[in-house]
Design a protein around this ligand. Structure first.
Ligand code: S3P
Length: 440
């Protein structure tokens, strides 16, 4: 049984050694395309993630009349059309697998003079959109959906007004959607968060010339401003580096350097968690690149022990739980995760898909509504697991397989290309035993 699509097969890793530069940051790449499209003037983006998610965003803006050239791999030249220069299209705008694209675009398109329809793939079509529809409606937007799920039919030509909104759930995507709508709204828009989330929208809007007040957990801007073109140098994605932080920690003899990784504090919760578990990770050569701190991360094999993950750290490592689960399954003693119900509405229900995959390989995991207890100390066996079209589940299972006593077959891995093109080639170059094929 193969489940369809791309299949990964693992063997046992050699010690992981060398230097690796993982692809560009997904969150920053999406926003760079969006803000450069809305700016007056031409912006150059370097280090752009050549993933399917971020290419989907670029394709949407092209469909909305923006010229975006791709002279080289990882480079985009965006000919901004100005805040009021987007052109409507009758064609549905396809966000693919990308929740970030759909939620941010919902905010932006709600403020345009034309109607639009946002669609996505099977996984995105199951993800909750009420979290953006509801506060945008309070601003005056009209967005139709069935049961709060995509497609989103957005009625243009509405006059939006600013609101002061407290997010019920910590979400950078919802915050960003409201701030984008706020750029077009009458008066001020303030977004408050129950826990601070990644602040790329705030920092990049400022970089593009927008006056925005923000501090952790709160952001305010006034409508009616214009964006000024700005070049963006995208750092390497911490979430992609995360797989290597775990892999090199668990594979004996490893000594690996991850180069120029984005170190936004709202993203690096896994680094703190792995260190609490005993990992040996050094932060070297810190530098500032386009307003963001980047650093080389040197990770060496170390014995890990289980911990209780601090609940307040969950948003700072929200995309890293699949990788953490691998570390926790192998660690000595239990690891407890709580306050992470959001994982159930990511590209898959990550608490369920990751627990199922690791249980297949012999791990003992008790799932709870908002987390899990991973009992640790597992000697992983081989087996057949399913990634459920979720890139991070596929890559995490690929890491687990590096220590399994027999091959692990992972089905439904095509979506690894959404965030990490070239994953198999890059991992194989530093010691992974990983191959891919397409079973008939
Ligand atoms: C993202 C925010 C997070 C994260 C996603 C990217 C962003 O989602 O999981 O991968 O770029 O703003 P939520 O806002 O739903 O927490």
């Amino acid at each position: 049984m193969s489940g369809g699509g791309l299949q990964f097969t693992t063997g046992r890793a050699a010690p992981l050694r060398g230097r690796v530069r993982v692809p560009g940051d997904k969150s920053v790449s999406h926003r760079a395309i969006m803000f450069a499209s809305l700016a007056d003037g031409v912006s150059r983006i370097t280090g752009f993630l050549e993933g399917e998610d971020t290419r989907a965003t670029a394709a949407v803006f092209r469909a909305l009349g923006v010229r975006i050239d791709a002279p080289n791999d990882g480079e985009r030249i965006v000919h901004g059309v100005g805040i009021d220069g987007l052109r409507g299209t009758d064609a549905a705008l396809d966000c693919g697998n990308a929740g970030t694209a759909m939620r941010l675009l919902a905010g932006l398109l709600a403020a345009q003079p034309f109607d639009s329809t946002l669609i996505g793939d099977a996984s995105l079509s199951k993800r909750p959109m009420r979290r953006v529809i509801e506060p945008l409606a309070r601003m005056g937007a009209i967005i139709d959906s069935t049961d709060g799920l995509p497609p989103l039919c957005i009625r243009g030509g509405q006059r939006l007004h600013g609101i002061d909104y407290t997010l019920p759930v910590a979400s950078a995507q919802v915050k960003s959607a409201l701030l984008l709508a706020g750029l077009y709204a009458e008066g001020e828009t303030t977004v408050r968060e129950p826990h601070p989330t990644r602040d790329y929208t705030e920092s990049m809007l400022r970089q593009f010339g927008i006056a925005i007040d923000y501090a952790p957990g709160i952001a305010t801007l006034r409508g009616g401003q214009r964006l000024r073109a700005s070049d963006v140098n995208v750092p390497a994605d911490f979430s992609s580096a995360a797989f290597f932080l775990v892999a090199a920690s668990i594979v004996p003899g490893s000594d690996l350097v991850l180069e120029a990784v984005g170190m936004n504090p709202r993203r690096t919760g896994l680094l703190a968690t792995l260190r609490d578990m005993g990992a040996d990770i050094a932060v070297e050569r810190e530098a500032v690149q386009g307003g963001e701190v980047v650093a080389d991360l040197r990770v060496r094999h170390a014995p890990l022990h289980g911990i209780e993950v601090p609940v307040e750290r969950v948003p700072d490592m929200i995309d890293e739980f699949p990788a953490l689960f691998v570390a926790a399954a192998l660690a000595d003693g239990p690891t407890v995760v709580r306050g992470a119900a959001e994982l159930r509405v990511k590209e898959s229900d990550r608490l369920a898909t990751m627990s199922t995959a690791l249980r297949t390989l012999g791990a003992r995991i008790d799932e709870t509504p908002d987390g899990a207890t991973l009992h640790g100390g597992t000697a992983l066996t081989g087996g057949h697991v399913h990634a459920h079209g979720d890139h991070r589940i596929a890559m995490s299972a690929a890491i687990a397989g590096q220590l399994a006593s027999a091959p692990v077959w992972i089905d439904d891995c095509d979506n690894v290309a959404t965030s990490f093109p070239g994953f198999v080639a890059l991992t194989s170059s530093i010691g992974f035993s990983l191959s891919q094929n397409r079973p008939a």
